[in-house]
Structures are given as C-alpha cells and as structure tokens.
Design a protein around this ligand. Structure first.
Ligand SMILES: Nc1ncnc2c1ncn2[C@@H]1O[C@H](COP(=O)(O)OP(=O)(O)OP(=O)(O)O)[C@@H](O)[C@H]1O
Ligand SMILES: [Mg+2]
Length: 399
C-alpha cells in the first residue's frame, strides 16, 4: 500500500481518544482539584517576591503521584505570568531542577548558573561556579527560586543545600529561595540540624487522594481527552479504587485510564469498561514496580537487593507450614552488610536498616511484621510482596 495512504489511515483511525496527551499523567491541567489549600499556602509564601521581599524556603512532602511537582510548577508558571504582565521592577527567576538528573552539588550549581546567565560553566570547579553565581546575583538584584524536586536523590544534599543557603549571606540585594520536594520521609533526618531548620521552616504535606477525589480528577481528564461516552462509570470507579488502594496516586489512576483506552482501541470495541481497566492494571503494575524500584535511594535499593537475593536462593530464616517463608531482620541485615561491602560502601546501623524496611513496606515492596518480645528481642519478620526475580532483574541493571 502507498505509504502516504497508510499515514492517512493511521491518522483517521477510529479511537477512544480525542486528545491522548491530555489524558497522560505528564499533562498538568490549569486547575488542580483538591490542592487548593497547598496552592494557597505556596502563594502566600511566594507572593512577597512580587513585592520585592524574600520568600521563605519551603519543603513539600507527600507520596508519589499526589501532585507535588504539578502544583509547584503550575503556581510558579502563573507567578511568572503575573510578573511579566505587571512589568515589575523586581526580576524573578525560577529554576526547576529534577535531582534525579542533577544529583550532586556540582550539577545543581551548574544548573543554577546555566539558568541565570547562559554561558558554559562546564568543567569549572564548584567554587568557581558558586562565586560566579554570587557575583552575578549581586550585580543584578534578582530573586531566584530554586525548586529541588526529588531532593533526596542529591548525593551530597547537605553540602548542596548549605551552598545555596549561604548565597543569601553574601549578596546584599535579591535573594535565593529553595523549595525542596520529596516523597521520602527519612530525608530530613539525614540533614544537619542547621540545614534542616533553614530548609524545613515551612512544610507542606500533600496527602494521598482518596477514591472519590481520584474519580473527580479522572472525570476532568475524560472530558477533555476522550470522545464522548467511551468511558463507562464503572471503569472510572474501578480505576480510582485501584489507585486509591495503592497509594492515592493520581499518576497511577491516569495511567490505568490511558492504558484502558489503548486496550479498547486495540480490541476495536472503543469502550472502556471495568474489563479494560482490569487488563490495564496488569500491564501498568509491572511498569510501576520497575519504576518504583529504579528510583529508590541507593541504600534502600541494596536492602531490597539483599532480601531478594536471599529469597531467590531459598535462604530463608524459617519455612512456614503453608509453604511460605520468613526472613528475620537479623539475617537480612547480615546479608545487606555483605552486599554493601561488595560495592565498597558503609553499611547503616540496624536501627536505620529497620527504618528502610519500614519504607519498603510502605512502598508495598515488602510485607513486614514485628514479632513479640521473645528471645530475639524485637525481630522484624520479612516477606517479599512482589516477585524476587523481577526485583533482581531491575536492580542488576540499576544499582
Ligand atoms: N489535583 C490534581 N488534579 C489533576 N491532575 C492531577 C492532580 N494531582 C496530580 N495530577 C496528575 O498526576 C500527575 C502526577 O502528579 P505529580 O507529578 O505532581 O506527582 P508528585 O507528587 O510529584 O509525585 P512524585 O513524588 O512521584 O514525583 C500530574 O502530572 C497530573 O497529571
Ligand atoms: Mg514529582
């Protein structure tokens, strides 16, 4: 067949989607339902910049998919629009940094410098870049708002934050404000007291969405992204219920809906029912696990790796009658120490190790219970909540 004709057919192919991009979790709508309070708090914090006063540093915390990145970016976008429209004297620059990519003090400073005064600083030392930032800021009287998204992924977070905070001590006009974002409860505890008190003066919690809220978020997107009457009520309810059960995550809910649409197109039924959502769940689940594991902090990855390795090799602490198994935290800790030494890193203490187990449990990757105070003191009993082989496969390429 004529290739041009093939293109035409592809474009005109029937589909449940009116505009698939608007259904995708990458799209951020102008209104973010159920985040009104957080938006108001951020506005109160940042508005002083529009009046020539320095905003406070902020720390946004909440589980994955609960709108942290979407909210901050939307608020900053609108703030900069106001600044442009009203021709303010005070110049404001906002710099969004995803610390998954910019994961060291050096890379963060480089990104700040690049955004402020585009010129290649690559190859210069961190202190040179820092001095250049201070020099330029002093001359230009700029308010810089630096968003450090997934801040827990900066390897030398203390140093990086200290540098950014110190800029304010050196400049006489303008200021730097830091907005840290994390879904890791433990992150703040790794910071020096001083850095912590500076950064976390004001904290905003983003709670998970419940099923009803997710339903409304989905309905908003269905209105703009899908053809009329393609999505059944039952399908919306099911996608919301699944995502609410997981972690109240809007990203998961949207992915279920998007994959459901894809499945309905493939089947040429052009109707998303509960059935399509169930199929989508299977498909999405694996993608989510892979994504979740690959973005864990390194220490926690090694904890998970150690446990998966024990399970894979049938090295359990106890077999249960029902063919199940249990690993004791003490045994898992020894394996973890062994694994971490292989990558020439220092192990954390047992206390931290147990915190990490708690976190992996929260993510739904482990099932843990604490035994009563027996001979072994308080031992945590561990089982894996997902397939050990999948974990090993992801981590072997990801550690
Ligand atoms: N209140 C909302 N209304 C509409 N859509 C939303 C809302 N909250 C989140 N979303 C959608 O979910 C997507 C994911 O949210 P977002 O990226 O902000 O999560 P996050 O809290 O930053 O998660 P993570 O910790 O994984 O980075 C957004 O891009 C947006 O499409
Ligand atoms: Mg985010």
């Amino acid at each position: 067949m004529d290739i041009k004709e093939q293109f035409r057919r592809e474009i005109n192919k029937k589909s449940v989607f009116k505009n698939r991009d608007l259904v995708s979790p990458h799209y951020v709508p102008d209104t973010l339902p159920f985040r009104e309070n957080q938006i108001q708090e951020i506005i109160s914090d940042l508005a002083p910049a529009l009046q020539g006063n320095m905003p406070n540093n902020l720390f946004l915390y909440g589980k994955t998919g609960c709108g942290k990145t979407a909210t901050i970016n939307k608020v900053l976008e609108k703030m900069l629009e106001i600044q442009k429209e009203s021709n303010l004297q005070q110049s404001i620059v906002s710099i969004y940094i995803n610390c998954r990519t910019y994961n060291s003090k050096y890379k963060v400073l480089l990104k700040v410098a690049d955004n402020l005064f585009p010129k290649s600083y690559f190859g210069y030392s961190a202190s040179f870049i820092y001095d250049s930032i201070v020099k330029e800021l002093t001359q230009k009287n700029v308010f810089v708002i630096v968003v450090l998204d997934e801040i827990d992924l900066i390897k030398d977070a203390n140093d990086a934050l200290y540098s950014l905070v110190r800029i304010n001590d050196e400049i006489k006009q303008g200021a730097t404000t830091i907005i840290g974002i994390s879904n890791n409860v433990l992150f703040k505890d790794c910071l020096d007291t001083r850095t912590k008190s500076g950064l976390c003066k004001k904290e905003l919690i983003f709670p998970p969405y419940n099923a009803q809220e997710l339903k409304e978020i989905l309905t908003q997107r269905i209105g703009i992204g899908f053809q009329e009457d393609c999505v059944e009520e039952g399908a919306i309810a099911l996608a919301s219920a699944f995502a609410a059960q997981e972690s109240g995550d809007a990203r998961t809910a949207l992915l279920l809906l998007e994959s459901g649409g894809e499945i309905a197109d493939k089947k040429q039924t052009y109707k998303i029912t509960e059935e399509e959502i169930k199929e989508a769940k299977k498909q999405v689940e694996e993608e989510i696990v892979v994504d979740m594991i690959s973005t864990l902090p390194e220490q926690i990855k090694i904890v998970l790796f150690a446990i998966a390795n024990m399970v894979k090799n049938n090295r359990f602490s106890t077999h249960l009658l029902d063919d199940g198994y249990v690993i004791y935290s003490g045994d898992a800790y020894l394996e973890y120490v062994k694994q971490i030494k292989q990558v020439s890193k220092q192990p954390v203490t047992m206390k931290w190790f147990k915190e990490y187990l708690g976190e992996l449990t929260t993510y739904g990757l482990l099932i843990t219970t604490t035994s009563g105070k027996g001979v072994r003191g308080s031992t945590t009993l561990i089982k894996m909540a997902i397939d050990a082989n999948t974990v090993m496969k992801v981590l072997e390429t990801n550690l």
